[in-house]
Design a protein around this ligand. Structure first.
Ligand SMILES: Nc1nc2c(c(=O)[nH]1)N[C@H]1C(S)=C(S)[C@@H](COP(=O)(O)OP(=O)(O)OC[C@H]3O[C@@H](n4cnc5c(=O)[nH]c(N)nc54)[C@H](O)[C@@H]3O)O[C@H]1N2
Ligand SMILES: Nc1nc2c(c(=O)[nH]1)N[C@H]1C(S)=C(S)[C@@H](COP(=O)(O)OP(=O)(O)OC[C@H]3O[C@@H](n4cnc5c(=O)[nH]c(N)nc54)[C@H](O)[C@@H]3O)O[C@H]1N2
Ligand code: SF4
Ligand SMILES: [Mo]
Length: 755
């Protein structure tokens, strides 16, 4: 290993530039090393996108690198429960063990008996971004799950229906907009999501500095809300109602843009009819937002020189997540702000191809989950139903699980149940750097290289960025592949085991298959390198490692690429190498209709499935309130979902896993600041420290997710000393957003009492 015990003072000091992979903001880091030691990490002032910005997590790549609890060698569990011990083994032995245990299960029970869960860091990972598909194909199981169904799946579904592809997602043109309506997002803590914008707070302040307006809709007066022009408190789970009432106002007051091209937008009249019952008066009580405010917001969006309507976790992880996500784009589109400078725009990433303006469209429900009959969405089932599939006997029962970069025992709803279900599996393999609440159930843990040991390119988040940029970072500390295989090699070897080619097969086989798929598209008739052979193109690649070669192929055949010589001025992989501070491809530009993949070639404003969900929204408005409190989540800038609590500099200081309670509720319930409260939901119970604050709406309580690090059998000493409680012991796995299968993590009924 290259980890340092003592500093090598004789070694030369070097400077490396690298994109931070920890969140979606993609900040550029300047990393100073001496030998195998990290001397300093700070923001790269020359980064074309982040200009030196950095949050407190960015510099902790150093602490993650040296963390003694981070696993460096494969681990095999011997024994069960409290008697389990962990044995460190070599890589060949680990893969042999997986082959020995997993293949008989596949043979006896079929492919669906093995499930796969992909966690959030998968999307921040070049090797996984490219090789996860190979693993999925080799596995051949319908039991695919990911963090998407506790996150942004509603956005994929709304965009899939409206624009024809679930990955065609418009982002707020932050740097040019004059009006931003932001719902259920707190970028002062999260640095943004589905909107890649390093220094998101600075970009918000710039909107106001240039005379624009920022309005934040949130049940809490967050830091983002405090720094906005206006904070609109809302009852959890009701953003869809608010937004449809805004749409209602646009029609009622004749504010729908006259410039909407009927050839491009379909369904305007159907939307007008559908929102008829959602007048501002009708939703005011349910949302807690006055009818006058709703009308004013609609008028402001319509009148603004340019406006963007952006919703995130608070609008997605709720009972009407898909409709709410659709409704954000309805307000944008109907006011003429879709695909316009300063509105909501479609990025064009370096790896993207230009579209044809039409396509096959997006469908869901091509299969249904075995136990609860949930429709497949993007070939996945809801993570909320994985416990059902593990617990319920019968053909197709899940008996084994592979996790990659995930901690569903803390991130999934009713995670107490899932946690228990994991311990009943016949076999579990986790690709993960820590023995945490999930991976403690594994039979084999395969540790990946850490961030400083691997290369980086943001395949996912460049497609969601508020500026078209690209940045490739080579590894800071390259590792010997025999000691520590690259993540794509781990995935390739696992794929070879699953496809029956054996634990000792050469992973280069998978490299070839993955690369051929991308190059095959380019050499086909109509492709950018039509008429040439893939072998010919492979011979021209500059990159020499698997994922980099695929990346190079994507870039050179993509919208800006050199087309393998067809456009000598086009971008190549070498261009990226020559731009260590990033390649700036400029501000977002209009992309309609080219970006569309709907069969009609139009923006579908009124997808039938969404209209069919509206009666459920109306029914929710009539549900009696039973006096229980409503639980929501929150994030803190020094935390990152469940997995960075082992970094001492991030967790020290004031306890952050507290239950926020409004003073009126505290008085009524007899809770005091600093005391403890028992919180009970349909599925679970926790005891948490109380923080009384008027920053939260009365009737609502908030607990951050990703805590609860006191489970036996984990090996994260710092996290254990700052355990906190698991919010997802309270969230319910039964109610889902039916259109996306997304979990309802915000708006959970709970009772609270002094403990
Ligand atoms: N520091 C830090 N950064 C992160 C992460 C992290 O854990 N820590 N996680 C990353 C990930 S995976 C993601 S997906 C992003 C998420 O990025 P954001 O969406 O910005 O995340 P949150 O901070 O959870 O903000 C959600 C807000 O919604 C509010 N809310 C809850 N319910 C409702 C509701 O019904 N309606 C409305 N309007 N608001 C509601 C909450 O009070 C909260 O302020 O952050 C990413 N960045
Ligand atoms: N109540 C509630 N629950 C939530 C949310 C909420 O707002 N409220 N937010 C949801 C959201 S948005 C998300 S994205 C999910 C996240 O859910 P998950 O993805 O399941 O959980 P994480 O906490 O991100 O755990 C990441 C795991 O990846 C490992 N890891 C870190 N880096 C790497 C790497 O480079 N390679 C590999 N192989 N492993 C790595 C870590 O050790 C950890 O085990 O949580 C969701 N859960
Ligand atoms: S904001 Fe995100 S990308 Fe930037 S330094 Fe912090 S964790 Fe890294
Ligand atoms: Mo997320």
């Amino acid at each position: 290993m290259t980890d340092t015990a003592g500093a090598d003072t004789a070694a030369a000091t070097e400077t490396h530039f690298r994109t931070c992979p920890l969140c979606e903001a993609t900040c550029g880091l300047e990393i100073t090393t001496r030998g195998a030691e990290v001397v300093r990490i700070r923001g790269d002032r020359d980064d074309v996108f982040s200009h030196g910005f950095l949050c407190p997590k960015g510099s902790t790549l150093k602490q993650l690198h040296t963390d003694p609890d981070r696993l460096r060698r494969p681990q095999i569990r011997r024994g069960e429960g409290a008697d389990a011990t962990w044995e460190e083994v070599g890589w060949d032995e680990a893969f042999a063990e997986i082959e020995r245990r997993l293949l008989p299960l596949l043979d006896e029970h079929g492919r669906d008996a093995v499930a796969l869960y992909l966690g959030n860091p998968t999307v921040h990972n070049l090797g996984a971004g490219i090789y996860a598909r190979a693993l999925i194909t080799a596995l051949g199981s319908r039991n695919l799950y990911s963090a998407s169904t506790v996150d942004q799946m509603p956005r994929h579904v709304s965009c899939g229906a409206m624009y024809g592809s679930p990955d065609t997602i418009p982002v707020p043109d932050l740097d040019r907009t004059s009006y931003l309506l932001m719902l259920g997002a707190n970028p002062y803590e999260s640095n943004g999501s589905l909107c890649t914008a390093p220094d998101f707070p600075g970009r918000l302040e710039a909107i106001r500095a240039r005379g624009g307006r920022v309005v934040v809709v949130d049940p809490r007066r967050t830091r983002t809300a405090k720094n906005a022009d206006e904070h609109v408190p809302i009852r959890p789970g009701t953003d869809g109602h608010l937004l449809l009432a805004m749409v209602h106002t646009l029609f009622a007051e004749d504010l729908v843009s006259a410039g909407l091209d009927p050839a491009l937008y379909s369904g305007v009249d159907a939307v007008r009819d559908a929102v008829e019952p959602f007048s501002p008066e009708a939703v005011a009580d349910h949302t807690g937002v006055g009818a006058d405010t709703i009308r004013r917001l609609a008028r402001e969006v319509a009148a603004a020189e340019s406006a963007a309507v952006y919703g995130r976790i608070g609008t997605n992880t709720v009972a009407f997540g898909t409709v709410a996500s659709w409704a954000t784009d309805l307000v944008t589109a109907l006011t003429g702000n879709l695909d316009r400078d300063g509105g909501m725009m479609f990025p064009l990433a370096l790896t993207a191809a230009r579209g044809a303006g039409k396509g096959r469209g997006f469908t869901t429900g091509r299969s249904t989950s075995r136990v609860k009959g949930h429709p497949e969405v993007r070939s996945e089932y809801p993570i909320a139903t994985l416990a059902d599939e593990i617990e319920t006997a019968g053909e197709g029962q899940v008996r084994a699980l592979i996790t990659f970069a995930g901690n569903p025992a803390r991130s999934a709803p009713n995670s107490g149940r899932l946690d228990a279900a994991l311990s009943t599996l016949d076999f579990m393999v986790c690709i993960d750097p820590y023995r945490n609440e999930t991976t403690r159930h594994a039979d084999v843990i395969l540790p990946p290289p850490d961030a400083l040991q691997k290369s980086h390119y943001d395949l996912a988040f460049n497609t969601l960025a508020v500026r078209n940029v690209a940045n490739y970072s080579p590894p800071v500390f390259p590792v010997d592949p025999a000691e520590q295989p690259a993540e794509h090699t781990i995935l390739a070897r696992l794929a070879l085991v699953l496809s029956g080619m054996g634990a000792t097969a050469d992973p280069a086989v998978i490299d070839g298959l993955v690369l051929d798929r991308v190059l095959g598209r380019a050499t086909k008739p109509g492709g950018v390198a039509e008429g040439r052979t893939t072998a010919d193109l492979v011979g021209e690649l500059v990159a020499d490692d698997g994922p980099e070669q695929v990346l190079e192929a994507m870039i050179r055949t993509g919208a800006y690429g050199d087309g393998f010589g067809a456009d000598p001025d086009g971008v190549t992989f070498q261009t990226l190498i020559d731009h260590p501070h990033g390649l700036d491809l400029g501000p977002l530009g209009p992309r309609l209709p080219e970006v569309l993949k709907t069969p009609s070639g139009q923006v579908e404003l009124a997808p039938a499935a969404f209209l069919a969900d509206l009666p459920r929204m109306l029914a929710a408005m009539d549900e009696p309130r039973d006096g229980r409190l409503t639980l929501i989540g929150r994030r803190h800038v020094r935390s990152n979902n469940s997995w960075m609590h082992n970094v001492d500099v991030l967790v020290k200081g004031k306890e952050r896993c507290t239950l926020q309670v409004h003073p009126d509720d505290a008085a009524r319930l007899g809770l005091r600041d600093g005391g403890r409260a028992e919180v009970v939901s349909r599925v679970g119970q926790v005891v948490a420290p109380v923080e009384v604050t008027d920053e939260i709406l009365a009737g609502v309580v908030s607990l951050p997710h990703g805590w609860g690090h006191d489970a036996p059998g984990t090996a994260m000493a710092v996290a254990e000393a700052h355990a906190g409680v698991n919010a997802n012991a309270l969230t319910d796995d039964a109610p889902l957003d039916p259109l996306s299968g997304n979990a309802v993590l915000n708006g959970v009924p709970v009772t609270v009492a002094p403990a």
